[in-house]
Design a protein around this ligand. Structure first.
Ligand SMILES: *Cc1c(COP(=O)(O)O)cnc(C)c1O
Length: 215
C-alpha cells in the first residue's frame, strides 16, 4: 500500500525532483516500508520525536533526515546534530545561532530559508522585503550552508493562486542568485495537496506526508 502510493507519486513527478516522505505522524514500521520502496529522504517536524525514530532506524544507515517543522531556539543544537537538511530556517536570530552552533559542532546541514510570500499569520518565514533586508546580515554568517528556499502555502488558495505563489518563490531564488547567492538552487515546496502544482512551478524537493502514510 505504502509502496503503491510512493510508486504513484514517483510516476507523476520528474525523476530529478526529490521526494521527501514526511514521517512526522507515522511509525518506524511505516518508515521501513517506505524505505523498502526506495525512499531515502524523510521529513520530521519535531526534534524529539525524530530522535526516537532515528535511534530505532539506526540500522538504515543511508537515510537523509530533513527537519521541516518550526524550530525553537533551544532545539537548534539538537536539530543541527540530528538532521542532514533543515528546511525551516525562518528568522535571522535563528540563523545567527545556527552559525555559531555549526562551528561548535563541526556539522553543517544543508539549510533552506523559509519564506512566506503571502500574508499568513499562522506561518513563520521571511516576507520578500524582510529577506532582502536581512540578506547582508545573513551573508556574514559564513558557516551556514544555505542552498535554497522553502515555503508552505496558506490554506484555501485555488490552483492558479497556488501556482503563482510557488512561481514567486522561484523568482525570489532567481533574484538572490543575481545578487550573488549562487548556491540558492533548491526549492522545497508542495505537500500532499499541492505538490503537482509545485513541481510545475519548479520545486526540486516536495514534502509529502498524508498521501504516503495516511490510513
Ligand atoms: C506536515 C508537513 C508536510 C506534509 O504535509 P501533508 O499534507 O501530510 O503532505 C509538509 N511540509 C511541512 C512543513 C509539514 O509540516
Amino acid at each position: 500500500m505504502i509502496a503503491d502510493r510512493i510508486a504513484q507519486i514517483r510516476r507523476s513527478i520528474p525523476s530529478e525532483v526529490k521526494l521527501v516522505a514526511v514521517s512526522k505522524y507515522t511509525t518506524p514500521t511505516a518508515i521501513r516500508a517506505a524505505y523498502a520502496a526506495g525512499v531515502r529522504d524523510f521529513g520530521e517536524s519535531r526534534v524529539q520525536d525524530a530522535k526516537a525514530k532515528q535511534e530505532e532506524l539506526a540500522d538504515l544507515g543511508d537515510i537523509t533526515w530533513h527537519m521541516i517543522g518550526s524550530l525553537q531556539s533551544n532545539k537548534a543544537k539538537a536539530a543541527i546534530a540530528q538532521f542532514d537538511w533543515i528546511h525551516s530556517l525562518d528568522r535571522l536570530s535563528l540563523a545567527v545561532q545556527c552559525d555559531r552552533l555549526i562551528a561548535e559542532l563541526g556539522k553543517s546541514p544543508q539549510l533552506l530559508l523559509q519564506v512566506k510570500l503571502a500574508e499568513d499569520p499562522s506561518k513563520s518565514g521571511w516576507s520578500e522585503p524582510e529577506l532582502l533586508t536581512d540578506l547582508p546580515e545573513l551573508a556574514k554568517l559564513q558557516n551556514l550552508n544555505i542552498v535554497g528556499l522553502m515555503t508552505i502555502l496558506p490554506l484555501g488558495l485555488n490552483e492558479v493562486q497556488a501556482y503563482e505563489l510557488f512561481c514567486k518563490v522561484g523568482k525570489l531564488a532567481e533574484k538572490m542568485r543575481s545578487l550573488g547567492w549562487t548556491n540558492i538552487q533548491e526549492l522545497s515546496m508542495g505537500m500532499s495537496a499541492d505538490y503537482a502544482i509545485a513541481v510545475k512551478a519548479g520545486a526540486s524537493l516536495i514534502r509529502v506526508g498524508n498521501q504516503i502514510f495516511a490510513s
